[in-house]
Ligand binder design. Structure first.
Ligand code: C2G
Length: 130
């Protein structure tokens, strides 16, 4: 079984995220999503997610491509996660291209194209301007 992992906040969940998750799953047979906790988002990304970790986790678990959701609560856990979850492929959107190449010693590293026309910022801006 080929095991894939990807990381993110996934808030407000939209079809750009789904496009990523679908293609990430297609890299193997089992997809793990390491979901940024509320504390990690605030302390490390200065992002306050609209939905809580538990709400975002429940939504991701409802997606057919996702097999397991685990917490992401620090930047350094990727190296240990690859071993802990027996990961074969690490996947991220290409806005992160090159940033995680250090994982190539442990697993395949794949950067997938983002869905350019959609973003949480765009959704919030357009809703505010309605
Ligand atoms: N994404 C995408 N297309 C979009 C928006 C997002 O393909 N229009 C992808 C991103 O490239 C990322 C994933 O969806 O691979 C999750 O996006 P975010 O929740 O914005 O993730 P981010 O805040 O970048 O957190 O340790 C890594 C971080 O946790 C990544």
């Amino acid at each position: 079984m080929k095991r894939v992992i990807t990381y993110g906040t996934f808030d407000l969940l939209h079809y750009g995220h789904i496009n990523l998750l679908r293609r990430a799953k297609a890299q193997g047979d089992y997809l793990i999503v390491a979901l940024s906790t509320d504390e990690f988002n605030w302390n490390e990304k200065q992002k306050k997610s609209y939905f809580t970790y538990e709400e975002r986790k429940a939504m991701l678990e409802a997606i057919r491509y996702v097999d397991l959701v685990v917490p992401e609560d620090n930047w350094e856990q990727k190296k240990t996660d690859v071993g802990k979850y027996n990961v074969d492929v690490f996947v991220m959107g290409d806005d992160w291209k090159g940033k995680f190449d250090f994982l190539k010693e442990q697993c395949e590293v794949v950067y997938l194209s983002r869905t350019p026309e959609i973003s949480t910022t765009k959704i919030k801006t357009e809703l505010n301007n309605k």
